[in-house]
Design a protein around this ligand. Structure first.
Ligand SMILES: [Zn+2]
Length: 139
């Protein structure tokens, strides 16, 4: 994906991060931190940032594991997977070849952008809900 850079390799699959992922990391860290101010009042303000960051980072690790699962299933079905890229709405597994049988593509999972964005949509919905509960008061 253009605008991304490699950060590592897992099971022979390149892991990349798109620049929009950094925006998501910052925004989600702030929003989750806001949520923690309501759930756990009285902490030092820097702890809300740390907790928000850890929760957000853990969420993206889950997205990465999800994409790795797709990629390993695709590989087990004979498809070559070149990379996984995390971006603001989730992750994308990149195949180097298209499956010949539609069934393989179906069982390979959601490879289109709209389907890939489902985890991101859930995250955004949770963040927006938390933001509405907290308001723009800042931490
Ligand atoms: Zn998926």
């Amino acid at each position: 994906m253009r605008g991304s850079w490699r950060v590592g390799r897992i099971a022979g699959i390149e892991i990349g991060i798109h620049y929009t992922w950094l925006l998501a990391l910052i925004i989600f860290t702030w929003l989750v931190g806001q949520g923690f101010t309501v759930t756990y009042p009285g902490w030092q303000s820097y702890l809300y940032w740390i907790a928000g960051f850890l929760a957000t980072f853990t969420l993206f690790i889950a997205v990465l594991i999800h994409e790795l699962a797709h990629s390993l299933v695709a590989r087990a079905r004979g498809l070559a997977v070149s990379s996984i890229t995390l971006f603001i709405l989730g992750g994308v597994s990149n195949l180097t070849e298209e499956p010949e049988k539609p069934g393989v593509e179906f069982t390979d999972g959601h490879r289109g952008t709209a389907r890939q964005s489902r985890p991101g949509n859930r995250i955004l919905a949770i963040m927006v809900r938390n933001y509405k509960n907290v308001g723009p008061s800042g931490i």
